[in-house]
Structure formats: C-alpha cells, structure tokens
Ligand binder design. Structure first.
Ligand code: SAM
Ligand code: SF4
Ligand code: SF4
Length: 352
C-alpha cells in the first residue's frame, strides 16, 4: 500500500539514524562548543535494537519505501552495524540500501564486511583535500589521508558507485571546491557539493555562509566546462552536471537556494525511534512507544502503546504521513519569525 501526504508526495525513502553519537565535531553539524564532554547523548537503552529497526523497516517497505539509508551521528560507531545491514538487505521489496559515513572507521575489513552483508553502495563525506582545512572542520584531527583510504577501501570492496559528499561553508572550504573536483574527476566516484543548511539550532547558520550551487558550478565550469544532465528519477535531490570532456559527473544539492520540497519523499527515523517527516521538524512521532510501551505520550492520536501489532504501527505511520505538509526549505527564505526561531531537531539525531 502506498502512502501519500497532504501535498500528494508518496513515502519512498527512509533514512534511519542508528546513533546520535559521532567521533567528529564538524563545525556545521556538531560544534564542539555545544557537543562538548558534558553533552547528554541518548542513553543506549533508548536506542532501537536491530530487531526493532528491522521490524519498522519491514512495515515501511510494505507501505511503499523503496530506499533505505543508514546514517547518524556516525553509523559505523554502532557496534556490528553489518548485522543490521544483513537484516535489512533481506527485506523483500527493498530496492536500494545504502549508508552515509564520515569514513574515519571504514577500514578495508569493515568495507568488506558491509559488502558481504548486502550493502550495495556507500556515501563518504569529505570536505577538503587540504589537511589544515579538513582538520579545522572535523575538529578532531582526522586527516584527509584517512578518508581517502576509506574511499579506496570502499572501492576495493566493490561498493559502487561511491558518492563523496562535501558541505561547502563560506570562509572555510570554498577554496577546496576546484581541487576536490580535480581529484575525483575520472575516478568513477560521484562528488556532490551540499549547500550549508540551517539544520538544528547549534551551528549558528547565516545565509551569508552559504556558497550557492550556482557559484559552485561556475567555479568548476571555469576550469573544466560542465553541462547539465537529466535527473535519474523524479525527486532526485542532487542536480547533476557532467564534464564536457567525458571525465565523469558531479552533483550539487541546492537545498537552500533551490529547495526541492515539492518532490520530497523522505521520512527519517531517529535512533530512539521517533519518526520525522522533515529534516527541519521540531518533534517526531514516537514509534518506539508503540513497540515497547512505557512512559510518554504519542502526540495527538489515540493508539495503543506497547506491544502494538504491525497493522497498528502501519496505521500510525499512515496517519503521520497523511498529515504531512512540510515544506520548510521553500518557506525558509521568507524568514518569518515562525521559521527563524523554531526549535529543530539536530542533524546528528536524525541524519542527513
Ligand atoms: N556522520 C556521517 C557523515 O558525516 O557522513 C553521517 C551523518 S551526517 C549528519 C550526514 C550528512 O549530513 C553529511 O554528509 C554531512 O556533511 C551533512 N551535513 C551535516 N550538517 C550539515 C549542514 N549544516 N548542512 C549541510 N549538510 C550537513
Ligand atoms: Fe559527525 Fe557526520 Fe555530523 Fe560530521 S556531519 S559531526 S561526521 S554526524
Ligand atoms: Fe523535505 Fe523538509 Fe527538506 Fe523540504 S525542507 S526537502 S520537506 S526535508
């Protein structure tokens, strides 16, 4: 059964955050001033187990989800994540299973274990080829070489095509755009540039810090001329460009300057089992409560708590998706107080 929201958008993608913890402190995501030693992460007992995640995923897939991305926090911090990958890979009806990682823990052995478990593709984040710049962005001293090693390990394990995601923040790494393009031209990997977004409440986002997709494409096009490519499918978030000399393609994710809410088919499940219908949501719907029961309320709807059947969980998901009218990025620029001051969930809690 397919679910459709109030704006006619189907539920097709599910991003599952498996932990809110991370071993990086990227300035645009988990600034160390806020995510310091005293920061309260989710207690481990609150995280969904692999069985709980798989049960929910099966219900989502039965209701139209075709693609699942594992994310975080840093998903490779979750012990034996390959076991979860194997459980999800076995779900009938799932077309695409992938994972986004910062790469720091992606050894050749881990890459092979993930592939053997059934992971088909992987996305690795890398913000610069300049060690000083990269370290000033991850704030924990991990080197560029480590991440390039992870990319090679993923390639050797056959996790193709590899996507490499680079968030561009003005004043930090815009000088890395062209060198990154040069490095990954001809590599078979797809480099994607992401506009810096105002996710969460911690990164001190300002519009002036956004380097627009247009600016990024122009900077590369001046050196290696580009031409646009048709989207692979309706709702693809990255706008595709290819090098005119045939040396591969890049993507740009213009979530700020060219929002794509109209075709947004993504739901997000936090590590503690809350369902979010938008990256910029303030609250999520507590699905864990349906699984386990216990203290807490399920907002606005009357449903059983604890020991719910698959049908009852499916009805709750259908209700949440059916009420969905999110289009935050399209209204962001109107910058009304309601938008500017609203509380939003942190990116590290629900994943990119
Ligand atoms: N830790 C993993 C990683 O970094 O790849 C997965 C989780 S991370 C939240 C997922 C993606 O979100 C990363 O590619 C990251 O660069 C991106 N991201 C985080 N904060 C962002 C922001 N403020 N604007 C745009 N992208 C952001
Ligand atoms: Fe961690 Fe990824 Fe956020 Fe960086 S972007 S702090 S690696 S979760
Ligand atoms: Fe989807 Fe929300 Fe992003 Fe719009 S702002 S594209 S609705 S996640």
């Amino acid at each position: 059964m397919r679910l459709t929201d109030r704006l006619g958008r189907p539920l097709r993608d599910l991003r599952i955050s498996v932990t809110d913890r991370c071993n990086f402190r990227c300035v645009y995501c988990m600034p160390k001033e806020i995510f310091g030693p005293g920061f309260q992460f989710m207690p481990r007992s609150e995280l969904l187990t692999f069985e709980e995640i798989t049960r929910l995923a099966r219900i989502f897939v039965a209701h139209g989800v075709e693609k699942i991305r594992l994310t975080g926090g840093e998903p490779l911090l979750r012990r034996q994540i390959e076991v979860l990958v194997a459980m999800l890979a076995a779900l009938p009806g799932l077309d695409d299973l992938t994972l986004t990682t910062n790469g720091s823990l992606l050894t050749p052995e881990k890459a092979l274990a993930l592939r053997d478990a059934g992971l088909r593709r992987i996305t690795i984040s890398l913000d610069s080829l300049d060690d000083t710049v990269f370290k000033s962005m991850n704030e924990v001293g991990v080197s560029v070489e480590t991440i390039l090693g992870a990319i090679d390990a993923a390639a050797a394990a056959g996790l193709h095509p590899i996507k490499i995601d680079m968030v561009v923040k003005r004043g930090l790494n815009e000088a890395s755009i062209v060198p990154m393009a040069g490095r990954f031209r001809d590599s078979g990997h797809i480099l994607r540039f992401i506009e810096y977004m105002d996710v969460g409440n911690s990164n001190g986002w300002r519009m002036e810090d956004v380097v627009s997709a247009g600016e990024i494409v122009r900077a590369i096009d001046r050196v290696w001329p580009l031409e646009p490519v048709e989207a692979n499918y309706v709702g693809e978030v990255a706008e595709r460009w290819r090098y005119r000399d045939g040396r591969g393609e890049i993507g740009v994710i213009a979530s700020v300057t060219q929002p794509f809410c109209g075709t947004c088919t993504r739901a997000r499940l936090s590590a503690d089992g809350r369902l979010f219908t938008c990256l910029f949501s303030g609250t999520g719907y507590d699905l864990r409560h349906l699984l386990r029961g216990g203290e807490g309320a399920v907002e606005g709807v009357s449903v059983p708590t604890g020991g719910a059947t698959d049908d009852e969980i499916a009805a709750a998901v259908a209700g949440v998706w059916g009420r969905r009218a999110d289009r935050y990025s399209e209204i962001r620029t109107s910058n009304t107080p309601a938008v500017g001051t609203r509380r939003k969930v942190e990116m590290s809690a629900i994943g990119g």
